[in-house]
Design a protein around this ligand. Structure first.
Ligand code: NAP
Length: 335
């Protein structure tokens, strides 16, 4: 029974609205706990006092603000569970639009907002005190958030970063869905020779994903010590970005911010990219980055960063709700 419960644990955590840990509780007390939850026995007064200033200070759309304020006060939206993205910055994130569209489509009493706040501890405190359902975590908090978790899965531990938190039964559970986003986008290339550009957070998820597909990986970074340590962690080779010649690989994965949001630069030019290779740029704003344009000129196949975003979002939605959503449904919701 313990084995089966452990195997199905993330499905239960995702599907349950509330959890009561009954270990060590008598049946009478456990029943009281469940009845308390069903009757909405919660104390919001202290949450409103402690976190009201945060909600006032954040840049969020009016309806999301109203729902948050009501959650703090225990008001008219009390049966709506809140989720959100925490980052600094994150107010331009597309996740609120995506998740709210999906919640509406599936008729769920959930609402997703954004917490652009410099202090992660404040957001984690708010999350626990208003009984939030979950959080997506973005820069610069993917590593630090691990301090606030009660449990994390083995992949999150190996990658050293968490981008998904689910709250259940007073505990915070952490997952990493970024590596799944990378892995699913390139699983058809299992066992190939791969080059990874960059040695930061997204690169760690990518290195873990590529290794899980038995690829022969070399990471290229700009800081020798950091790149060396990164390569050791994931059991891969390393080299310097400086003076890079023509790449000899079947797959190139780009995991630095170069080329993002109107930056015209690309780490590689067309003559450095072999015609038969696949170039996967994790940058997803814009969808067709300067690197992907260079790759197209060289005749390589391209995978835009939106493919990682869509696949990691499917997994995050499953962890938040217990519902398996099709990739095309997420693509459509993102339009
Ligand atoms: P990060 O942790 O800050 O790491 C950035 C990496 O890029 C570091 O290795 C950094 O080197 C390197 N770098 C930065 N500027 C550089 C430059 N001008 N030349 C060469 N290397 C440079 O950031 P991250 O979270 O990994 O994010 C990286 C990119 O991935 C971002 O564009 C982000 O939007 C994208 N991303 C996409 C998805 C998705 O779903 N598609 C998910 C996550 C992230 P140093 O260590 O030497 O500074």
């Amino acid at each position: 029974i313990h084995y089966l419960l452990e195997k199905r644990r993330d499905a239960y955590l995702s599907a349950a609205d509330y959890c009561v840990h009954t270990d060590g509780l008598s049946p009478d007390i456990a029943v009281q706990e469940v009845l308390g939850l069903l009757q909405g026995r919660k104390s919001y007064g202290s949450a409103a006092a402690a976190f009201g200033h945060m909600v006032d200070g954040m840049e969020i759309p009016a309806i999301e603000r109203e729902i948050l304020e009501q959650a703090l006060m225990g008001g008219k939206y009390r049966d709506i569970r809140i989720l959100g993205i925490v980052g600094y910055p994150c107010h331009h994130s597309r996740s609120p639009h995506l998740f709210n569209t999906l919640f509406q489509r599936f008729g769920l009493r959930l609402r997703y907002t954004r917490f652009e706040w410099a202090n992660l501890g404040d957001v984690m405190g708010l999350a626990r005190s208003i009984g939030m359902r979950g959080l997506s975590v973005t820069i610069p908090f993917k590593e630090n958030v691990r301090e606030y978790l009660d449990e994390e899965d083995a992949h999150t531990q190996a990658i050293g970063a968490c981008n998904t938190v689910v709250f259940c039964g007073g505990k915070a559970y952490g997952w990493n869905t970024d590596w799944i986003g990378v892995m699913k986008a390139v699983e058809h290339l299992r066992g190939c020779r791969a080059v990874l550009l960059g040695a930061g957070g997204a690169a760690a998820a990518a290195a873990y994903a590529l290794r899980s597909l038995d690829m022969d990986v070399t990471v290229y970074g700009r800081d020798e010590m950091k790149t060396h340590a990164f390569a050791e962690r994931f059991g891969i080779r390393h080299a310097s970005l400086e003076g890079m010649g023509k790449i000899d690989a079947d797959l190139i994965v780009h995991a630095t911010p170069v080329g993002m949001d109107g930056d015209p630069k690309s780490l590689l030019t067309a003559d450095q990219i072999p015609a038969g290779c696949t170039v996967f740029d994790l940058v997803y704003t814009p969808p067709l980055t300067p690197l992907l344009r260079e790759a197209q000129k060289s005749g390589a196949r391209i995978i835009p960063g939106t493919e990682m975003f869509v696949r990691q979002a499917c997994e995050q939605f499953r962890l938040f709700t217990g519902i398996v959503v099709q990739e095309d449904t997420v693509r459509e919701a993102l339009r």
